[in-house]
Design a binder for this molecule. Structure first.
Ligand code: ADP
Ligand code: MG
Length: 274
């Protein structure tokens, strides 16, 4: 068990990173605790290329922590994260804490994951287009002209054609979230991670954001979507994973799982949601 490793020791169970064609993302037996609170208790999940996976679960079940462990905003206590077949290497420091072994690998992996949060997280001092070109210029080192061209195309695609030069404060929540999606797409990520992208929106703005995500699904983007929109999960995702207290209670093809839930917990969850 890697958590019990001697401090400072390399973790021996890790295999060499290797290509796994067709697998966009894999987590294996992920554990995460905050103090005494065990939040993830052995979560394993594979997203193949073009999969759209909905993650459902009650508040506090560990959905955000799972996404945050995947992009290493949180470091899992144990378990493996693979992105595009590449294992994120961990080490145990002198205090026995697990940390990523290679910051450059973390940066590289993060650049392959597009993250969209509940709160839109646009930079408020930058216009919409400046938000979108920032990372491509500074992280991908794209020439400014190319970044701007790409940003225009993406903003058109998310329906913000006439808002390129607006500041976030002058947008509706739905427009802000669509700009945040464009910003994530500008990095040309292999996988998009959405954490309740519509939960902070007024009800009348939810549809426009879901439509953008639905379009991305139709393009064949690989996505993990934490959502409380059950109808959306049913119609747009290929697979649904239902988390309960840090473990996968049940998972399966979205329609079958959600139309005829066999798990009593999922049934209760769905009846409470609707
Ligand atoms: P969900 O997204 O399913 O609502 P979270 O993953 O956000 O659940 O949180 C799961 C549990 O972990 C909650 O009880 C939450 O309070 C706790 N938690 C999340 N992040 C932290 C943190 N950084 N420190 C302490 N507790 C946390
Ligand atoms: Mg959450």
């Amino acid at each position: 068990d890697r958590v019990a490793q001697a401090p400072g020791a390399a973790i021996p169970v890790q295999r060499e990173a290797r290509a796994e064609p067709g697998t966009a993302l894999r987590v294996d037996d992920l554990y995460k605790r905050f103090g005494d609170l065990e939040v993830l208790k052995g979560v394993s999940l594979t997203a193949h290329e073009h999969d759209v996976i909905a993650i459902l679960g009650a508040s506090g079940s560990g959905k955000s922590t799972l996404l945050r462990c995947i992009n290493l905003l949180e470091v899992p206590d144990a378990g493996e994260v693979h992105v595009g077949g590449e294992l994120i290497r961990m080490r145990t420091d002198r205090r026995g804490r697990v940390t990523p072994a290679d910051r450059r690998q973390v940066d590289r992996i993060r650049a392959r994951l597009g993250m969209v949060f509940q709160q839109f997280n646009l930079w408020s001092h930058l216009t919409v287009i400046q938000n979108v070109i920032e990372a491509p210029i500074h992280v991908l080192k794209l020439p400014r002209r190319e970044a701007v061209d790409r940003a225009h195309a993406l903003l058109d695609k998310v329906g913000l054609t006439d808002k390129h030069d607006y500041f976030p404060a002058h947008l509706s929540g739905g427009q802000e979230q669509r700009a945040a999606i464009a910003r994530a797409l500008a990095m040309e990520p292999d996988v998009m991670l959405f954490d309740e992208p519509t939960s902070a929106l007024d009800p009348e703005l939810v549809g426009e954001v879901l439509k953008v995500i639905r379009d991305l699904a139709e393009e064949g983007r690989t996505m993990l979507i934490v959502t409380h929109e059950i109808g959306f999960a049913r119609d747009v995702s290929s697979r649904t994973v239902f988390l309960h207290e840090g473990q996968i209670e049940v998972e399966g093809p979205s329609r079958a799982l959600l139309d005829d839930p066999q798990s009593p917990r999922l049934r209760r969850f769905l009846s409470g949601e609707r």
